[in-house]
Design a protein around this ligand. Structure first.
Ligand SMILES: Cc1ncc(COP(=O)(O)O)c(C=O)c1O
Length: 379
């Protein structure tokens, strides 16, 4: 038996640039990783604390009140009035589900897992862990003769790293296509509450997208970003109850259980829209500052209608951009981490404190374009 061939962990390649940026006298402005930096809301901490006494094993399926809270959240926030709580299960953050979904669905050699061309790397990793074949393609025309081997189609809207949002019409076509070839659709929607400039972010489970049937569909969701809960590992999958039962059977055997205090914290997070609105407002303000800075630096911004990133290019190789900015104490992520099609973009994250983001004003290039800490014209 041979171990799956996994890609190198790309972030290691960024380490020298991180060290370089860290030597800037004003300190690093780290716009690379998407890890939340603001406090976990009180309403969630209190729920966690209140559930601290947890001597028994929790339910892999999630408590009924949690599954109902997820259905109520979908009805209130995602225009999905008809989610059956039987089709809901908590997950230990959503990254593990992304990595294990092909395996849990029983996929293997000869099966194809399709995912966006420029994508969060774990879709590819999950296909490899199952022994299936990853296929990076945005449209069904790119699939060609492999189409009958596609067993799982990953969608990611709003997308990481691009911030691209797929509209109702696009999603509907993808669902129709997947159903016609017998593929499951898994839609990773964890940035859905972070749409900007009035953009609508439809869910795969929205009746306008799926025609009122959740058969063959799974929405993957996480509260890591919208509720500053990445450290809790609080996420869920929702959609087709038959598929969820299949996943549940294996997860019960494998002990893939969300701790009960975290289930309670997740339930509290989903029941409170106020802290999400507050967090969103923080990101909106930082986004304006970063957008202005990118403009002053001559970047073109693509997509980026939603989520926590700008997908930006100066029409040069991404590592040139990374190196230039690192010299000025700023760290961004090279686009080729997300696939070769990203080789001329960088991903610029908004997960940075107000104090750090304000530093961008002091990090403009010198008048001759040289790296330096000359005060720019952003103030
Ligand atoms: C597109 C996407 N999916 C899933 C995840 C994983 O989120 P978590 O494991 O914190 O729930 C992330 C995190 O950055 C992401 O960007």
């Amino acid at each position: 038996m041979s171990a799956p061939v996994l890609p190198d962990f790309p972030w290691d390649r960024l380490t020298p640039f991180k060290s370089q940026a860290g030597q800037h006298p004003g300190g690093i402005v780290d716009l690379s990783v998407g890890t939340p930096v603001d406090p976990t809301p009180d309403v969630v901490r209190q729920a966690l604390t209140a559930a601290a006494d947890a001597p028994g094993y929790p339910q892999t399926y999630g408590t009924p009140p949690l599954r109902e809270a997820v259905a109520a959240w979908f009805a209130r926030r995602r225009n999905v009035p008809d989610l059956d709580p039987a089709g809901v299960m908590p997950t230990i953050g959503s990254k593990e589900l992304v990595a294990w979904l092909p395996t849990l669905l029983g996929l293997g050699a000869g099966d194809v897992v399709m995912h966006p061309q420029v994508a969060y790397p774990t879709y590819d990793v999950g296909a490899r862990l199952a022994g299936a074949t990853p296929l990076a393609a945005d449209g069904t025309l790119q699939v060609g003769p492999a189409k009958n081997a596609v067993k799982l189609l990953w969608l990611n809207s709003p997308g990481n790293p691009t911030g691209r949002v797929l509209g109702v019409e696009h999603l509907r076509k993808m669902v129709e296509w997947a159903r016609s070839v017998g593929a499951v659709v898994a839609s990773d929607e964890c940035y859905a509450e972070l749409g900007w400039d009035g953009v609508e972010v439809p869910s795969i489970l929205d009746p306008e997208v799926c025609g009122g049937s959740h058969e063959g569909l799974l929405a993957v969701y996480s509260t890591s970003k919208q509720s500053n809960l990445a450290g809790y590992r609080a996420a869920f999958v929702a959609g087709d109850p038959v598929l969820v039962q299949r996943l549940l059977e294996i997860r019960k055997h494998a002990g893939m259980i969300v701790p009960w205090p975290v289930q309670e914290a997740l339930r509290a997070a989903l029941g409170d829209d106020e802290h999400v609105a507050q967090q969103r407002e923080r990101y909106r303000r930082r986004r304006e500052i970063v957008r202005e800075w990118l403009g002053a630096e001559g970047f073109k911004i693509d997509h980026s209608q939603a989520g926590l990133y700008f997908w930006a290019t100066r029409d040069e190789p991404c590592w040139d951009t990374v190196a230039d900015l690192a010299g000025r104490g700023i760290l961004v992520t090279p686009g080729d981490f997300y696939g070769p099609a990203g080789a001329r973009h960088v991903r610029v994250a908004l997960t940075v404190s107000d104090e750090r983001v304000a530093q961008l004003a002091d990090r403009a290039a010198g008048p001759d374009g040289s790296s330096g800490s000359t005060r720019g014209n952003l103030r």
